[in-house]
Ligand binder design. Structure first.
Ligand code: FES
Length: 102
């Protein structure tokens, strides 16, 4: 059973917005892309850039440091299948955004 932790409220995440949260030593990046809330590991696997600070186009976030791109819903990147950002299940209960933590 995943453990869901409240990491945001919907008012903080209007469409197009992102939020970074640190919880138990891991950084999460939470996105709202056209009403779909998703959460991925917030640390870019290239050199540790903050993905929640990246520009989002469609469902793609571009790392603000050197431009690596990730799909914020699948964690996939056009760089190839060997690199995949961790994706975490999200539940919305009322105003609360809950993220499944490992
Ligand atoms: S740290 Fe993200 S692209 Fe380099």
């Amino acid at each position: 059973m995943p453990r869901f932790v409240k990491m945001a409220v919907l008012d903080e995440l209007p469409p197009g917005a992102a939020k970074e949260i640190e919880y138990e030593g891991r950084v999460y990046a939470i996105f709202n892309t056209d009403g779909v809330i998703s959460a991925i590991d917030g640390i870019c696997p290239h050199q540790g850039g903050p993905l929640a600070d990246g520009a989002v186009t469609g469902t793609t976030v571009t790392c603000p440091w050197h431009g690596w791109q990730f799909d914020v819903q699948s964690g996939k990147t056009p760089l190839g299948s060997k690199i995949k950002q961790a994706v975490f299940e999200v539940k919305v209960e009322g105003q609360d955004v809950l993220v499944a933590v490992p």
